[in-house]
Design a protein around this ligand. Sequence first.
Ligand code: ACM
Ligand code: ZN
Length: 764
Amino acid sequence: MVLKKTVLLLFLLASVLMNAQQQPSIIPKPVDLKMGNGNFTIDGNTTIQYDKSRKDLKATADFFASYIKNISGFSLKSNKAAAKKVEFVIEKSIQEEGYQLTVSLTAIVIKASSPKGVFYGIQSILQTLPAIRNNAALEVPVMQVNDYPRFKWRGMHLDVSRHFFGPDMIKEYIDLMASYKINVFHWHLVDDQGWRIAIKKYPKLTEIGAWRVDNTNLNWRERPQAKEGEKPTYGGFYTQEQIKEIVKYAAERNITIVPEIEMPGHVASAIASYPQLSCTQQPQLPMTGGNYSNMSSNYCAGNDEVFSFLENVLAEVMPLFPSSYIHIGGDEVDKGPWNKCVRCQARMKSEGLKDEHELQSYFIKRIEKFVISKKRKIIGWDEILEGGLAPEAAVMSWRGEAGGIEAAKMKHNVVMTPGTPFYFDHYQAGPEGELLAIGGFNTVKRVYDYDPIPKELNKEDEAYILGAQASVWTEYITTPEHLEYMVLPRMAALAEVIWSPKENKNWDNFNERLQYHFKGYAQKGLHYSPGNFTVNVKPFSENGQLLVSLFTEALNGQIRYTTDGTEPTLQSEKYEKPIGIKSSLVLKAATVVDGQIKGLQAAKQNFVMHKAIGNSVQYTNPVSQYYLADGPNSLTDGVRGTNAVGKYWHGFSEKDMIATIDLGQATTIENISLGCLQNYSDWIFLPQSVKFEVSTDGKFFKEIKTVNNPVDINQKSAVHNFSATFTQEKVRYIKVTAKNNLCPPGHSGAGKPGWLFADEIIVE
Ligand code: ACM
Ligand code: ZN
C-alpha cells in the first residue's frame, strides 16, 4: 500500500514536470516563477475587474486595455460580469512595487499593495505575449509569480541637450523603460550645447539657448564655432505644457522623472542667452559642438544675480516635476574662470573658502538650501563631493565607483552609473563596423555582470545605494534609430541587474531569454544591436606562461581562430581551451553561429615575446582608473594595442608616466621600446620624450637614452614605438619615463594637459 502510494505520487510529479510549460522569457527575471499547465486566453470576452472607487487602478486598467487593443484589436471591458477575468487586487501586506501574479485557465489575478505593483504584474504578462497578433487569441501560460525589485532607483538617463529628442521619442523611451520595470527617468535638460526647457521668466533660454548652427556632419570636438550671422537651426525645446504631459505619461507607467538643471558648469547655453551670468560677462553664441576655446561654460559663483536667476528657474521647474529629487549637475566644472574672476575671488574671501573646490561646494550648498526650502532634495554628479558635500545631497557616481563609495560611507544616498559599464553612449560591439560612438566598450554582458553594490561597502553602508541607472549622452546620437540601437538590448541587461536578486542572475539563461526580446524588437520595428559578435581576447599569465582565452557573448557561439595572420574561416582551428603564446604572432578569431561567421571583422591581437613578459611594473604616478587595459601589468603582458582607445592602453592624465620593471634577476638586454598612441580628437598625444634608464640594484639608475617625439603633434592618430638600442648590458631594473604633453595651440583643449597612452614596454 505504502509502495503504491509512492509510485502514484512519483507518477503525478513526473506528469506535472513533463507538462509544465517552458518558462516565458521575462526580463527582468522574476524572483520566483512556477509554471503550470495550459493557458489563459485573452480575447474579446475577457474583462478587467478592480475596485471601482480607485482612480489610480482605473488608469492601470486603461493602460492594460489600450495595450491589448493595440496588439490584438480586442476591447476589454471593465467590471462587467464575465467567465474570464483579469483581476487587480490591492493587498497592503505586499512590498512596495512588488506583485503576486496567478494565471489559471479562467483568471489572471494580480495582487499588489499599490497600482505600481499591479503595473509590473501587467508588464510580466505582456512579455509573455507576442508583440503583434491581429485578432488571434492571446495566450498567457498558467503560472504563479512572486516578484519584487532589488533596488528603489532603477533608472535611465537621456541627454537631450547634445541632441534634442522631441516628445514622441521621449514617450517611446519611457515605454521601453516601463516594459523593463525601470522607474526613474533622469532627464538631462541643460548642457552647453542646448537649453531644453521653457522658463517663462527667462524666454531667451529657449529663444537663443536652444538653437545652434548645424555642424552635425563634423567631428564633435572639431566643430567650428558659430559666426555672427550664421543661422542657428539645430535644436528645440519642450514647452511647459509638453513637460506636464510627459510627466503624466511617465507617472501612468510608474516612472518618476528627475529633471537635471545643470550647474555651475556645462551652461554655455544659458550664458549665450544671458551673458551677465558668466564671470567674463562677454556675449557668446551657442556652442555648435565640443570646442570650448574662448567660451564661458560656468556661472559666476561671485554674482548674487546668478543665484536669484537659478532660484527663479528652479521655482518654475519644481512644480512641473513631482520628483523628490532635483538633479543639479555639478560635474566637470573648469575652475580656471573662477580663479581669474574678481567677484569669485571676493566671494571666496568673504566666505572664508580656501580654494575653488570649496567655492563649488559653496555654490551647491546654497542651491541645496533653496531646494530644501521647497521640500525637495538635490542629487548631483560625484564632483559635488569635492570641497565638501552638501548636507543632504545624494551623489550620482559616474567616474567609476569611488564617489559612490565615499558618499555611502558618509551616509549619503547614492545612485551608481559608473561610465564602465553603465554609459550606453559607449560602444557595445566592434568597434569596427559599429555606428560612431564616443569610445569605451560596454557590451551587453559587461552590463549584465555589473553589481551596483561595491565590495568596499559594509552591510550598513550598502543601504545607501538607492540603485543604479544607465546614462546616454548624445554627442554622436542624432536619430531615434541610433538611440534605440544604443539602448537595446543593454537596457534589458540593466533591468535585470537592478531588479532581480543577485543570486538569480545567470548570463546564459538571460542570453536565451534575450533572443525572444530580439524578436519582439524586430516585430515592433525597434532598432537594436544584434549582440556583440566580437571575440573577447583575454591574455593572462599562469606559471610564467602567457596564455590567451577567447570568449564570445553570442548564444551558442563557437570560436574559430588563426595564428598566422590569415582571416579565420569555418575550417580554422576551433577554440576549446586557452591557447599558449610562445612566440610573437598575430591571433585572429571570429564567432560562428549556426555555421556562419558573424560580425564584420575578426578580432585581432598582436603578441610580442620579450624579456620582461609577466614581470611586475611599478608606477610612480597612478594609471587612470578609466584606462586600465588588462590590469596592472598590461605593459608587460605581450599584448599590443590598436587604434581603439578604450582597450589595451594604459592611460595617464596630467602627470608623466614613470614605470619601473623588475626583471627578477640580472638579465642581458640590448633594446628597450615603449609603444604609445596618439588620437588628437580624444586629447591623446604621443609623449614629448621618453627616457630609458637601467639599474642593477633598483636604487641607482643609469640613463641609456632619451628619445624625442618625431611625430607631428597635430597628426590625427598614430601608434609609435619609442626605442633605444644599446650595447648589451646585464641589468635587473628598467625605468621608463614618458613626458606627458599639453594640448597644442589650435586644439580645443589648447594649453590643458593631454593624455598619454602606452601599451607595452618591450625588452629585448
Ligand atoms: C558626465 O558624464 N560628465 C556626468
Ligand atoms: Zn566669477
